[in-house]
Design a protein around this ligand. Structure first.
Ligand SMILES: [Fe+2]
Length: 386
């Protein structure tokens, strides 16, 4: 696929994700972390308009100069913007206008991508692809939050697969993979795309360790709940214990105990909890507490990367015990693009892998995702180490 075909296919996938939505679903922002779908549609478009078309295409006519204020996410370099918590208060621009905005930018981009482009510009275009793919995953998680916190539990898609709630096959003390003590190369090396936070490739010394072949399942997590895991401070980090008490947390997000059975909200609607599925929507605090209840721990991000060729991954973002920090030699790009990752390297934990709603072709073994330890609306799960 050339750049222009790739552009069209990524942009079309974003709109396909929104296809099942009703107009009202596009607008609401139930909590600060969840952006309205229409904001994602506008913001990903703004990214191409701001970083590609406006600086590089001479005859480009901006769709609406006021949109910079509305669709800039966090780029101080690019000026003032609507505060994040107010994204859901914007009844205008309308969903229809935002789709027109997308068409306007798409037409200009398709023309622009026919030209001979410098390496620097091509790199920003590819960053724009990867940026839009990140927002595609956020669209799934934000849509899930919007619909899953509606008391009617509407389904996003109506093709439920039957859940397995009776036949639980515990798997915890079984298969651990052992890796030998040694020096492992960590970080991205190659000619493809990676984010700046995956650089530089560097050696890391690891003591020998074991890492679980499989993710922790709902059934295993239920054993933690049933044995009083949420009621015993011993398993929890201090911040985590405060979080449990303040928020009265008793189970992963989207779990509901109804008529004596655990259910969970899925994109297919409210379903009986599938005990053999990997646990999902847990915070770092919960992942840590589960691991300590099991007398295990979470892997470091380096252990995860060193071992990742030995197990299957890609269903859940896997919490690691590593704080999100720059690799040795990390440098950020000049200008607004330098704000992409580097400025978030404080108070967040690294997640490795990918999830079932990560866009096709968007995952890498060196990929570093990151979230605050209390957040759990992403497809987060647990892999144990020891
Ligand atoms: Fe963004």
């Amino acid at each position: 696929m050339n750049l222009s075909e790739k552009y069209q296919s990524i942009r079309a996938y974003t709109e396909a994700i929104c296809e099942p939505l009703q107009t009202e679903d596009y607008v609401v922002q139930p909590v600060a972390d969840v952006s309205p779908p229409k904001w994602h549609l506008g913001h990903t478009t703004w990214f191409f308009e701001t970083f590609i078309l406006k600086p590089n295409m001479q005859d480009y006519t901006e769709f609406d100069p006021a949109f910079n204020y509305v669709f800039n996410s966090y780029y101080e370099t690019v000026g003032a913007r609507v505060i994040r918590t107010d994204r859901g208060n914007l009844s205008r621009p309308t969903v229809e206008e935002i789709y027109k905005y997308r068409k306007h930018v798409d037409a200009a981009m398709n023309e622009f991508l026919q030209k001979k482009l410098s390496k620097e510009i091509r790199e920003i275009v590819v960053l724009g692809f990867n940026h839009e793919q990140q927002h595609q995953e956020l669209l799934f998680t934000d849509i899930k939050y919007i619909l899953g916190n509606n008391p009617l539990f509407p389904a996003y898609k109506a093709d439920p697969k039957p859940a397995n709630n009776d036949d639980f096959a515990p798997d915890s003390n079984h298969s651990f993979i052992k890796l030998e003590e040694g020096i492992y190369e960590i970080g991205y090396e190659g000619n493809g795309f990676c984010f700046d936070n995956e650089l530089q490739n560097h050696p890391v010394f690891l003591k020998d360790f074991r890492i679980a072949k499989n993710l922790v399942t709902n059934g295993e997590y239920l054993e933690f709940i049933d044995s009083g895991g949420y009621k015993n401070f011993n398993y929890w980090l201090s911040d985590g214990w405060e979080w449990v008490k303040t928020n009265h947390v008793e189970a992963p997000m989207y779990w509901y105990f109804i008529d004596g059975k655990w259910h969970s909200y899925t994109l297919q609607g409210l379903q009986l909890l599938d005990l053999n599925e990997p646990v999902c929507h847990v915070s770092y605090y919960e992942a840590y507490a589960f691991a300590s209840w099991k007398q295990k721990r979470l892997p470091s991000e380096f252990e995860w990367e060193a071992a990742a060729n030995h197990f299957n991954w890609g269903k859940r973002w896997e919490w690691t015990e590593s704080a999100y920090l720059p690799y040795p030699g990390f440098s950020k790009a000049a200008g607004a693009i330098g704000e992409y990752n580097g400025k978030f390297m404080v108070n967040q934990m690294v997640l490795r892998g990918a999830s079932e709603v990560t866009s096709p072709g968007h995952s890498r073994i060196t990929y570093r995702n990151f979230f605050q330890p209390n957040l759990r609306w992403q497809y987060t799960g647990i892999r144990l180490a020891q």
